[in-house]
Design a protein around this ligand. Structure first.
Ligand code: ARG
Length: 468
């Protein structure tokens, strides 16, 4: 960074009229945000161009000044994009860096750009535009991820795997059903980003420092130029709330929890003890010492990203709590948190989408595991209720006795002989074996939202229509 255009000891050329001397070096270091808020350059220039055009349309500045400002800002934009913009810490932030450079390029008219505007409404506008873009990116990332999970569900709608509670085998489910559980979660995440986007889509521009302005601004004009639905209705609120960023972070945190749980399952499922899935080479790493290793690093890192994203969320909630209206400089601390959380989320979404697309589910291993652990014991109890007329509690007890018997013999439930079954309950007959296989078990779970392949396919179709 350079110290253009001022020297160390000079007062700030943007706001230093009442100051005899420039800031202490440490003051400058704690005060400056240009090191990170330069990421807002495109939004800042877009907002300024909309503001200048509106000032001219309202007769507040001349058309020729507005034209010079508009064109000069495009030159600034291309300089930043080409990587040869002289960023200055002394100029604090992106807003003053852009305006100072504009003045170097076009001279006097640059000084008219800030008419009827403050950095307070300027930064609120820039940041809203940036977070709005991130909502769109999250929505696109989630749609790709949902498509990948749907494709997995479709190819294995009737592949049987163990369903777990307490990570103990509970009842058989299908691979498709398990994948569709994540489709539902990611679908709600998508809805949260859409809701947040819709709510944040109002323009703070024209709120000025906090009280509005005496200039005859057309706030609806700048709002529409920036594709906001309308101007915000209260100038104090417009410059002082960051709830849009908190909503984005909250939605990101919940989404990151979902990603983390799926990542954890992939870590478990790809282990030698499970072998339910094989990750493609593209998403695995080796060990520098153990030649046999194939580590699910991407899944582990996705699992960990929630730490940063939730950390950012807690940080911004903490910054905002207790701030009196309207703007306080504390709010400059909003950006790095949101930037880091957004970067982490987009990377995690892209990695999970890619990993899931390239993942191979091992049907035979899942099916073998599904029948272990007496996973159809509930089906046996249900048979006793239905066919032998037992109250469920008694059926549960009798089934427990049969499980104990099978465990003692070291066999599965369907390997007990009819005589052994009848020793526990004489009403049991041959037809009991028809409910004991894992395929019978899943096919019988026909309740809406249940794991029966027919039901899973109903949900796959619904989602494909929803995404089309
Ligand atoms: N860099 C500042 C921020 O990010 C811009 C607003 C500064 N406003 C002010 N009154 N000092 O919040």
């Amino acid at each position: 960074m350079t110290d253009r255009p001022q020297t160390k000891d000079a007062a700030n050329s943007m706001w230093g009229g009442r100051f005899a001397a420039g800031p202490d070096a440490i003051m400058e270091a704690i005060n400056a945000s240009i090191g990170f808020d330069r990421r807002l350059y495109a939004q800042d220039i877009r907002g300024s161009r909309a503001h200048a055009a509106m000032l001219a349309a309202q007769g507040i500045i001349s058309d020729s000044d507005a034209k010079a400002i508009g064109e000069g800002l495009l030159t600034v934009l291309s300089e930043i994009e080409a990587g040869n913009f002289p960023f200055s810490t002394a100029l604090e932030d992106i807003h003053m860096n852009v305006e100072a450079r504009l003045k170097e390029i076009i001279g006097e008219p640059a000084g008219r750009l800030h008419t009827g505007r403050s950095r307070n409404d300027q930064v609120a506008t820039d940041f809203r535009l940036w977070v709005r873009d991130q909502c769109d990116a999250a929505i696109a990332g989630l749609q790709a991820l949902i498509r990948a999970a749907l494709a997995q569900a479709e190819s294995g709608a009737d592949w049987v795997m163990p369903g777990f509670t307490h990570l103990q085998t509970a009842q058989p489910v299908t691979w498709g059903h398990h994948m569709m559980a994540y489709v539902e979660m990611f679908g709600r995440d998508l809805g949260r980003f859409r809701d947040a986007r819709a709510r944040m889509n109002e323009s703070p521009l024209g709120a000025a420092a906090l009280a509005g302005t005496g200039y005859p601004l057309d706030r609806a004009m700048t709002a529409s130029a920036l594709e906001f639905d309308r101007p915000m209705a209260n100038s104090l609120d417009a410059v002082s709330d960051r709830d849009f960023a908190l909503e984005f972070l909250s939605a990101a945190s919940i989404c990151a929890v979902h990603l983390s749980r799926l990542a954890e399952e992939l870590v478990i499922w790809s282990s030698a003890q499970f072998r339910f899935v094989s990750m493609s080479d593209k998403w695995s790493t080796g060990s520098s010492i153990m030649p046999q290793k194939r580590n699910p690093d991407a899944a582990e890192l996705i699992r960990a990203k929630i730490g940063r994203i939730l950390g950012a969320t807690v940080a911004l909630f903490t910054v905002m709590k207790g701030l009196p209206l309207a703007y306080s400089k504390d709010m400059q601390e909003d950006k790095e948190q949101v930037f880091d959380a957004a970067d982490s989320l987009m990377l995690a979404l892209a990695a999970m989408g890619g990993m899931l697309s390239d993942l191979t589910a091992n049907r035979a291993n899942m099916e073998a595991a599904a029948s272990a652990g007496f996973s159809t014991a509930t089906d046996l109890a249900d048979w006793l209720v239905r066919e032998a007329g037992l109250p469920f509690r008694d059926a549960h007890h009798a089934t427990g006795a049969l499980v104990a018997l099978a465990e003692k013999k070291g066999c599965d439930l369907d390997e007990l002989s009819l005589a052994e079954m009848q020793s526990v309950n004489p009403a049991i007959n041959q037809s009991v074996y028809s409910v004991l296989g894992v395929h019978n078990s899943v096919a019988s779970r026909q309740s809406y939202g249940g794991t029966a392949p027919d039901q899973v396919r109903v949900q796959i179709t619904r989602w494909k229509e929803r995404l089309a």
